[in-house]
Design a protein around this ligand. Structure first.
Ligand code: HEM
Length: 449
């Protein structure tokens, strides 16, 4: 074991806190530029190690994962207050048990069965925007796609129609998530307990979400079977394998994890395509060649490599879950440096995905970098939008199918024109939405003949 971990902004705790609260993504990128693979921050008694080396990330997530606490770590504490002990925030044996219980809802055959629902909701979005060009009206596309992804999660996981409440649910999730981000980065003790306006708003939002979850569960309770996620939970509850509290936490976790992430990804994809016309033309050409004028099928979703690479590239530049954290239980060694027990480690897919050692022209939008011949030799954890190991996103296949289906459906019909002067600014909380939404005009596409 060698030397001391390089210190980020030594002796400037206020500047660090400023960056952490005001521009956390900028902070990660400054660290990457200043130190490369790893650096450390000490503020009073708090210490954090920031990892940018894919091998170190792999060690924490996979090869030595048993040494790292996930959700009981202090960084995820506030998130646990929001999501309780659902799959996203449970730990240890409970997590393993829950993961095994819920895995069948994400089996590849079941995911394939969700295609019809994803297509239906994508078609409804297309219909919502017809006739599109007539008004030339600006639409906040990010809000509309968020309502759609919520409707898809509701139908596929709970056999429920969340559309009437979609806008309110999405807003409540945003209110609680942004509060979580603030309370997990401030040094103010018990920050979430003060009766400030924002805290009260977050509490009201959480209460509203709890009521929605309760209604979802009660509507199905007493019924047997149903192989969707809620059906599995109800069966487990009837067999006393899961408490009512955990069942509610599970439902809320899936609503939260399963819709805002994909909506955020869709927003960044539509923005990047509208600012990169050559890539857009390639995607459109592929859709015309593969689909012609006929409706899209499940098999088609696996035969659209240009669109798939475009999605992979957007998840590289704007991974919807942009930062992760763990806490070492026992001493370890990462990137050649000693890590003491109790150390908090942070790593950001956003930053590692832009590490110049692993990515050529890291800031450029270049879907072809995911061609097999250009991916050879790349470190495994240079790219991890869905994390990895035991806690890898359970919804990764679901996400890819949803994104391909929705984009193929919408991009066949429309082009999207950004509001003049619009700048896409990431507003990181747990996920990575755009600060000002995504104001666009939806324009009917002239198809090539
Ligand atoms: C663009 C879309 C998505 C991205 C980028 C994403 C990313 C992630 C990441 C990075 C994690 C791991 C967090 C950690 O290691 O601390 C995670 C976990 C999780 N995700 Fe996703 N996710 C997406 C979509 C979804 C969807 C659609 C669902 C559900 C249908 C989902 C459900 C979950 C759940 C339940 C977990 C916790 C898994 C566990 O700890 O066992 N995610 N996701």
């Amino acid at each position: 074991m060698s030397g001391e971990i390089p210190q980020y902004l030594p002796g400037k705790p206020l500047r660090f806190l400023d960056e952490l609260q005001g521009d956390p993504i900028g902070m990660f990128m400054n660290m990457l530029e200043a130190h490369g693979d790893v650096c450390e921050v000490k503020v009073g008694h708090l210490r954090g190690v920031f990892l940018f080396d894919p091998t170190a990330v792999e060690r924490v997530l996979v090869t030595n994962y048993k040494n790292y606490k996930t959700k009981e770590s202090r960084s995820y504490g506030p998130l646990q207050k929001f999501l309780g002990e659902g799959l996203v925030t449970s730990e240890g044996e409970l997590h393993l048990k829950q993961r095994r219980m819920l895995q069948p809802a994400f089996h590849k055959d079941r995911i394939a069965g969700f295609f019809g629902s994803m297509l239906k909701h994508a078609d409804q979005l297309v219909e919502q925007w017809r006739p599109p060009a007539a008004s030339g009206e600006l639409i906040d596309v990010s809000a509309r796609v968020c309502e759609m992804t919520l409707a898809i999660i509701g139908e596929t996981m709970f056999d429920a129609d969340l559309r009437p409440d979609a806008a309110r649910i999405a807003e409540a999730v945003r209110a609680v998530a942004s509060r979580f981000h603030w309370t997990s980065t401030t040094l103010i003790p018990l920050a979430e307990l003060w009766p400030t306006e924002k805290n009260l708003e977050a509490r009201r939002a959480k209460q509203y979400l709890d009521e929605q979850v309760h209604a979802l569960v009660e509507r199905r309770r007493g019924s047997t079977g149903g192989d969707d996620l809620l059906g599995l939970l109800i069966e487990a509850s009837a067999a006393d394998q899961v408490s009512d509290t955990v069942m509610g936490d599970e439902v809320l976790s899936m609503v939260v994890a399963g819709h805002e992430t994909t909506a955020v990804a869709l927003g960044w994809i539509l923005w990047l395509l509208s600012t990169h016309p050559l890539v857009l033309e390639q995607v459109e050409a592929e859709l015309e060649t593969v689909l012609g004028d006929r409706p899209i099928t499940l098999d088609d979703t696996r035969a659209l490599p240009v669109l798939t690479r475009t999605i992979q590239e957007v998840l590289r530049l704007y991974p919807a879950v942009w930062a992760l954290a763990r806490e070492a239980k026992e001493p370890d060694e990462l990137s050649g440096y000693p890590i003491a027990a109790g150390t908090r480690v942070f790593f950001s897919p956003f930053a590692v995905h832009r590490h110049p050692k692993h990515w050529e022209n890291p800031e450029g939008f270049d879907p072809d970098r995911f061609l097999p011949e250009r991916s050879e030799g790349r470190a495994k954890f240079a790219y991890f939008p869905f994390s990895g190991g035991q806690r890898k996103c359970i919804g990764d296949q679901f996400t890819m199918l949803e994104l391909v289906t929705v984009l193929a459906t919408v991009l066949r019909e429309y082009r999207f024109e950004l509001k003049e002067g619009y700048q896409a600014v990431p507003a990181p909380n747990v996920t990575l939405p755009m600060r000002d939404g995504l104001p666009m005009r939806v324009i009917a596409r002239q198809k090539r003949r």
